[in-house]
Design a binder for this molecule. Structure first.
Ligand SMILES: Nc1ncnc2c1ncn2[C@@H]1O[C@H](COP(=O)(O)OP(=O)(O)OP(=O)(O)O)[C@@H](O)[C@H]1O
Length: 486
């Protein structure tokens, strides 16, 4: 028996072709050949050999039988195939075509514990095979390189084995293939554009292999309805346009993009831009949030510090040593009745004082103590108006003491700062300065209480009708910043 060489196409020619090429038997042709020149004899010998070789490999049931037995030897010695009968007579998993020229057309050995590699010259020699199902066995090694010999193959099921290596080139010559399931093996290599040669393919399942690379962009299988390359982790790139309508489940566990999957980062520039924008938006939101947080914190700190200052101001109850370099000043507080504001004897334009604030004395309390209420009851007259407010003369009940009360206008200092300044003023000592005795602070009103100086005003002295210039020397008119008359 001469082993079949699958790469020679003539081996797959119908036997009728060989009949036409057949030449007379060698013995009869050789004898007359001796009468021809040697060159002609060589040609005749070659023709004779060509004629002889095909006779041994013309596909027939005997060839199918040999191929099956070789397959059994390779992967399934335990198969109970009776060599004494035809493969068409009850060989497990083998089905034949009807008629006088029977051929093996189906080989179904599903989950039959087949193991080992399928050599060339076995399955590849089953040239009339239409269905090959070897699912769920443990067959290893490559898909036989002569699989293309099964030119009639339509249904090929190799799922759940250990086939490895690339899909052989001859596979793509199986032009009649309708369904191919190569899933759950260990096949490697790329998904070739050669698949386009399988124009009848309706099902192609390559799931669960080790295939890699991009799917061919020009993949064009017009009859394809089922396709799956899931769980080939190294398959990447865009889903070809012809497969874009398939569900995402066809591409799970791959690095593919586009189609039913997420847009590809490089190919879809709009998606890329929007992702960029999204990133920019995220950064912007973070920055904005930080700014808002800083503003809120600043406001909180401001409010807190103001409250602290206000609390500190309110906590001034007694003596306070304030101004460095001046005599210590004692601050004495006189409580004020809340209803003081309602008194009808208030000085003209009297402030609306009614929030229970305190009159604060600088230094020791006066001999005849008075409080805000007393002041408000006092008879009052306007002494004059300055930029910072109006000054009143107030004579308390009983005629003593006489005070000059300055009602400050447009002063918006916090209480603590106001107090500090007033205390600093009160610490100043000079013959020409009236003594600052007390102050009052509330949100609406600020009062300064001085000793009244009874010598009259400089203005009336200068411009009054009773002014006698002879009482004043030249030195009086000379501008002096720190002088007694300033
Ligand atoms: N302690 C005082 N005793 C007697 N009279 C006073 C006293 N303080 C002020 N006066 C009188 O009241 C007038 C107004 O005084 P005030 O202090 O309001 O004037 P000012 O210094 O011009 O004011 P400002 O500083 O607000 O511009 C003075 O011209 C003065 O005649």
């Amino acid at each position: 028996h001469i082993p079949v060489e699958p790469s020679r196409p003539f081996l797959y020619l119908p036997s009728s072709w060989y009949g036409e090429l057949a030449v007379p038997p060698p013995r009869r042709s050789m004898a007359p050949g001796l009468r021809f020149p040697p060159a002609f004899a060589l040609v005749q010998l070659a023709v004779t050999l060509l004629a002889v070789l095909p006779r041994h490999v013309v596909p027939d049931l005997a060839g199918d039988r040999d191929a099956l037995l070789a397959l059994r030897t390779a992967v399934g010695n335990h198969l109970k195939w009776d060599r004494s009968v035809s493969p068409c007579q009850g060989w497990q998993g083998v089905s034949c075509s009807p008629g006088p020229n029977q051929r093996v057309v189906e080989l179904r050995l599903v989950a039959k514990s087949l193991s080992g590699q399928i050599p060339v010259g076995t399955v590849g020699n089953l040239t009339a095979l239409q269905t090959l199902s070897l699912r769920f066995n443990a067959i290893s090694g490559p898909i036989p390189a002569d699989i293309g010999g099964c030119a009639e193959l339509r249904w090929l099921y190799l799922k759940g084995n250990r086939f490895d290596g690339d899909i052989p080139e001859s596979f793509f010559s199986l032009a009649l293939l309708k369904k191919t399931d190569l899933s759950e093996n260990r096949l490697t290599g790329g998904v070739s554009s050669e698949f386009n040669k399988l124009g009848n393919l309706a099902t192609l399942n390559l799931e669960g292999n080790n295939l890699n690379g991009a799917l061919p962009s020009g993949l064009d299988l017009p009859k394809l309805t089922q396709f799956n390359v899931s769980y080939n982790g190294q398959i990447d790139g865009p889903v070809p346009a012809s497969l874009a309508g398939l569900p995402a489940s066809a591409f799970l566990g791959t690095a593919l993009c586009g189609g039913p999957l997420a847009a590809c980062p490089n190919s879809d520039s709009e998606a890329h831009k929007s992702r960029k924008l999204t990133l920019g938006a995220i950064v912007g939101i973070i920055i904005a949030a930080l700014v808002v947080l800083i503003i809120i914190l600043s406001i909180c700190v401001l409010i807190f510090s103001r409250r602290r200052r206000a609390a500190a101001g309110r906590s001034t109850e007694a003596a306070a040593d304030v101004h460095e370099g001046t005599d210590p000043i004692t601050v004495t507080v006189a409580m004020t009745g809340r209803d003081a504001v309602k008194r009808s004897h208030s000085p003209p334009g009297s402030p609306l004082i009614g929030d229970g604030k305190k009159l604060v004395f600088l230094g020791s309390a006066p001999e005849r103590p008075y409080d805000l209420e007393t002041m408000l009851r006092a008879s009052a007259e306007v002494l004059g108006k300055g930029v910072h407010g109006t000054t009143y003369r107030a004579t308390l009940d009983g005629g003593e003491p006489v005070l000059a009360i300055k009602r400050l206008r447009d002063v918006h200092l916090p209480e603590r700062e106001f107090r500090d300044r007033v205390v600093a003023l009160g610490a100043l000592r000079h013959d020409n300065l009236p003594g600052l005795r007390a102050y009052f602070y509330s949100k609406e009103e600020k009062l300064l209480v001085f000793d009244f100086v009874g010598a009259g005003s400089l203005s009336s002295l200068l411009h009054g009708s009773s002014f006698d210039h002879t009482h004043l020397g030249f030195a009086f008119f000379r501008p002096r910043v720190h002088g007694r008359h300033v």
